[in-house]
Design a binder for this molecule. Structure first.
Ligand code: CUA
Length: 319
């Protein structure tokens, strides 16, 4: 109740990126711990301010013995008990938060400057890669294996769980367990260069059937161009050498430096930050650094306007 009231007052009641509005089992526990610590700290603060005010205003003299009992009890005994209880409460949550579940096919997330490479491999042998979008089923504990090829990043979906660093040369792990379907905000929580603040992604919790259908769709090869404009865009894609950095499964494009574009049109955002429509693709292609400073993707501003539009049409068609 208090959480909802204060969360509402802060304007984060429906914020998909708020740790105070949890939608996952781990975030729920972390929020409970946060409110318990806030409440206990608040009570201690109020009592202290009350006593300090009383001491300043009161004329009454206290005996030496009462003063010693008060200082030792209130200054040593009480803080020891209160802090020990809070530490115990926090530590006792750790095994649950660190538990990875029995997931034998964790999602592998590679954090790169400045985007998220997300690899799925199901026990039935389905494997594919997507980017800047992390989709997991509701009500199931999903393990995530985190790596980084460049600098330290940190994966954080505040509504689902705590954050875990991605460290070059190591694999770190976390688990998420969304409790309701919805789209939430994921961020990089460790400064990693100029586009750190734009290293965001959509974290989507889906009901089982929808999730299975999504997996099946993503695992399929890219849709072939169906219209004249899409075919023209595909020709621009090939002529401009996009396949040197990007994969489009089912075509000759097999570069692995940048995001897999096989189903890029079906994602919620382009590069995590731009609206996913033809205008969004055109904007991103012409000046990617406008939306992500220093991004490694080159600008294609030199393309003729018609070519740029056709390329955007083709990419948007990759549903
Ligand atoms: Cu990646 Cu900050």
């Amino acid at each position: 109740m208090a959480a909802a009231a204060i969360g509402g007052a802060w304007g984060c009641g429906n914020d998909p990126g708020s740790a105070l509005h949890p939608a996952g089992r781990d975030a729920d526990q972390i929020a409970t711990l946060f409110w318990a610590m806030t409440a206990v700290g608040g009570v201690v603060w109020l009592v202290f301010i009350g006593l300090a005010t009383y001491a300043m205003l009161s004329e009454r003299r206290t005996s030496r013995r009462a003063a010693v009992v008060f200082i030792v009890g209130g200054g040593v005994g009480l803080p020891t008990l209160v802090l020990a209880a809070l530490v115990w409460g926090g530590l006792s949550m750790l095994p649950g938060l660190l538990h990875l579940g029995r997931d034998d096919a964790p999602i592998a997330v590679g954090s790169e400057q400045w985007w998220w490479r997300v690899r799925y491999a199901t026990p039935d042998g389905i494997a594919f890669e997507t980017a800047n979008e992390l989709r997991v089923p509701v009500g199931r504990r999903t393990a995530i294996a985190l790596t980084s090829p460049d600098v330290v990043h940190s994966l954080w979906v505040p509504a689902w769980a705590g954050k875990v660093d991605a460290i070059p040369g190591r694999t770190t792990h976390l688990a998420v367990e969304p409790t309701r379907a919805g789209t939430f905000r994921g961020v990089c929580a460790e400064y990693c260069g100029n586009a750190h603040a734009q290293m965001v992604f959509d974290a989507v919790a889906m009901e089982g059937d929808a999730y299975d259908a999504w997996i099946e769709h993503q695992a399929a090869d890219a849709r072939a161009p169906a219209t004249e404009a899409e075919r023209a865009g595909r020709a621009v894609f090939e002529a401009a050498g996009c396949g040197g950095c990007h994969v489009v499964r089912g075509t000759g494009a097999n570069g692995v430096l940048g995001p897999d574009l096989t189903h890029v049109g079906s994602r919620l955002h382009v590069a995590g930050v731009v609206d996913n429509d033809e205008a969004g693709f055109a904007r991103w292609l012409a000046a990617p650094r406008h939306d992500k400073p220093d991004v490694h993707m080159p600008a294609f501003a030199s393309l003729a306007a018609a070519d740029l539009a056709a390329l955007a049409t083709y990419l948007e068609s990759l549903q």
